[in-house]
Write a protein that binds this ligand. Structure first.
Ligand SMILES: C[S@@+](CC[C@H](N)C(=O)[O-])C[C@H]1O[C@@H](n2cnc3c(N)ncnc32)[C@H](O)[C@@H]1O
Length: 205
């Protein structure tokens, strides 16, 4: 891990992900989590204040970056929730099959190298009737914005720690073995290439 990815990027990512439009998106999706929750790409713990503590029993926060886990520590220490961090990538979920009620993934499917493998793992660990909750940015509907997303994707990946601006989020979720049960999308305020949001719920097929 480079000095940039472990010491600088966590601060930049935390700053970008703390923006007010993203907070409003978190408010829409995180309170739906219930029971035993697995959060993939826990980052700096920005979803923690939005969990409904009356409904959630435990949160496993899977986060492969040590720098991000370090950044998350004050949030974890401040919450009343029972949180356990897991030092692994989304492609290697260590939990038992059929063991969680909710999988939450926010602004992370863009960065997981093998997103389909990660989604298959999320499907594996969900209990029957469990739900995937997602809120992600991805490919925009407008041709001009898409063109810029495709042009800028490679340099953006280099500076952002592997984030892709042009992933088709519903397509990924479907190919990962889920049926999307609630599907909302819109531009949130911000640079158009990074602000087309997809959020909703999905169930394992
Ligand atoms: C843009 S941040 C979002 C963090 C958090 N989910 C949020 O909403 O604020 C993307 C996160 O994905 C993590 N990440 C990168 N590759 C990953 C992988 N293969 N599996 C799980 N998380 C990964 C990064 O370390 C980073 O914390």
């Amino acid at each position: 891990m480079s000095f940039y990815s472990e010491r600088i990027l966590p601060h930049l990512t935390n700053f970008a992900c703390s923006a007010s439009p993203n907070r409003k998106q978190r408010e829409k999706i995180v309170p739906l989590a219930a029971g035993d929750v697995l959060e993939i790409g826990f980052g700096s713990g920005l979803n923690l204040p939005f969990y409904d503590t009356r409904k959630v029993r435990k949160v496993w926060g899977l986060e492969p970056s040590e720098g991000m886990r370090r950044k998350a520590r004050p949030m974890v220490d401040a919450t009343r929730l029972d949180v356990e961090l897991i030092d692994l990538p989304g492609e290697s979920i260590p939990l038992e099959s059929g063991s969680v009620d909710t999988v939450l993934v926010t602004y992370t499917l863009c960065s997981i190298a093998d997103a389909i493998a990660a989604l298959e793992g999320m499907r594996r660990v969900l209990k029957p009737g469990g739900r995937l909750l997602f809120c992600e940015h991805g490919i925009a509907p407008d041709r001009n914005v898409r063109r810029w997303q495709n042009r800028l994707n490679s340099p953006w990946r280099l500076v952002s720690g592997g984030c892709n601006m042009n992933r088709d989020i519903p397509d990924l979720i479907t190919h990962g073995g889920f049926r999307i049960t609630s599907d909302e999308r819109m531009y949130i305020p911000g640079a158009k290439v990074l602000s087309y949001n997809y959020w909703g719920t999905a169930e394992a097929l």
